[in-house]
Design a protein around this ligand. Structure first.
Ligand code: KG4
Ligand code: ZN
Length: 358
């Protein structure tokens, strides 16, 4: 089965052709990072215009690189949400027009489910139940996945997403956009114990995440310590490297600590860590250590598949197409689309062989 994936939910225009949901024949990504850099974040209006400019050439490049003709396609999968409405609509409209013109089946894919499927490549098939930590610039969720296509959110962020926290802290320190890669690079030369930040905890004891308090703590530390943010791309001081390392370490501890705690509760057979922040080496190392303690395999996408791409959308779409799902030409973008389609019942969990009590 050959599926074309199209992804335009944020600031990457991407198209990919994937065979059998596991083999990438092409994955073309046009990033808008250079355009949005000077604003320190994504400007929605500019993002949708760039998608419009690029979508035709990116999709056509995906066919050229895969050496596949449009007739050979078995279906088209497109991200319908969550994301920026103007951006999503470019991909959705394009995919609908193409499906109509070529008379090919079409399915809509939830972007976050796409991130879950980014581990379908370069890893063994996923054994369910799985526990999936999806950490990106827009989302931070931990999902219990009793079987493919079923999701229960077991922890979510109450405020900022983890990637957003990296981006905001980098902006505060004058390190540029996106913040994750630069903070990771500086953190390698810093002392993670230099600045003491406390681990965010929920007053109600739920296992949710919260990163905005940490961002405020970093702001306060910068103000009180007199640390100078960079202004002109100069070499960062040791104090900035120490702060980057301390911030990164607390984010990683919060993410992995919660994943480990919920893994003990839900007894999954596989751990999945995906999304842009999954590029982070410290997060990968800590997740591997937790997986070893739990005696479980942990799967990550390769770095190119961790950030937004269309191969993951094609992989998720393949499963839906194989299950007979079809979208009509009334398919629409849904900015706040959620990925929680089940409330897990005790009986269902027992069937899945899980010792979890709701
Ligand atoms: O998945 P993604 O490309 O877009 C969204 O769906 O949001 O994730 C982008 C996010 C950005 O916030 C970026 O700072 C973060 O992923 N990121 C990282 C790293 N590389 C990208 N965060 C931490 N460490 C990294 N190495
Ligand atoms: Zn994403």
């Amino acid at each position: 089965m050959l599926v074309l994936g199209i992804e335009t939910s944020c600031d990457e225009t991407a198209a990919a052709i994937v065979r059998e949901g596991r083999e990438i024949l092409s994955s073309v990504i046009a990033s808008q990072i250079e355009t949005h850099k000077r604003f320190g974040g994504v400007v929605p209006e500019i993002a949708s215009r760039e998608h419009l400019d690029k979508i035709v050439s990116i999709v056509s490049e995906a066919f050229t690189q895969a050496n596949v003709s449009q007739d050979e396609l078995d279906g088209i999968a497109v991200t319908i949400g969550p994301g920026l409405v103007g951006s999503l609509l470019v991909g959705v409209s394009y995919a609908k027009a193409m499906a109509f013109a070529l008379d090919k089946p079409l399915v809509g894919v939830n972007h976050i489910e796409g991130h879950v499927y980014s581990v379908a490549f370069e890893n063994p098939p996923i054994e369910h139940p799985a526990l999936a930590l999806i950490v990106s610039g827009g989302h931070t969720n931990l999902f219990f996945v009793p079987e493919a296509g079923k999701y229960k959110v077991v922890a979510r962020t109450r405020d900022d997403a983890a990637g957003e926290a990296f981006d905001k802290v980098a902006k505060l320190l004058g390190l540029g956009y996106p913040g994750g890669p630069v903070i990771e690079r500086l953190a390698r030369q810093g002392n993670p114990l230099a600045v003491k930040f406390s681990l965010p905890r929920m007053g109600d004891g739920r296992p949710d995440f919260s990163f905005s308090g940490l961002k405020t703590a970093v702001t306060k530390y910068v103000r009180e310590s007199g640390l100078q943010p960079l202004t002109n791309g100069e070499e960062p001081s040791q104090a900035i490297k120490d702060l980057a390392a301390s911030f990164q370490s607390i984010v990683v501890r919060s993410l992995v600590g919660t994943m480990e705690r919920l893994a003990e509760e839900y007894a999954p057979k596989t751990l999945i860590v995906a999304g842009g922040v999954a590029c982070n080496g410290a997060l990968r190392d800590a997740s591997r250590a937790a997986a070893t303690r739990l005696g479980l395999p942990v799967y990550f996408p390769s770095p190119q598949l961790s950030t937004d791409n269309a191969a993951m959308i094609a992989a998720a779409g393949t499963v839906k197409l194989l299950a007979g799902e079809r979208a009509g030409l009334d398919l629409n973008a849904d900015v706040t689309l959620r990925l929680q389609n089940i409330e897990v019942e005790d009986a269902e969990l027992r069937r899945a062989g899980v010792r979890y009590k709701l």
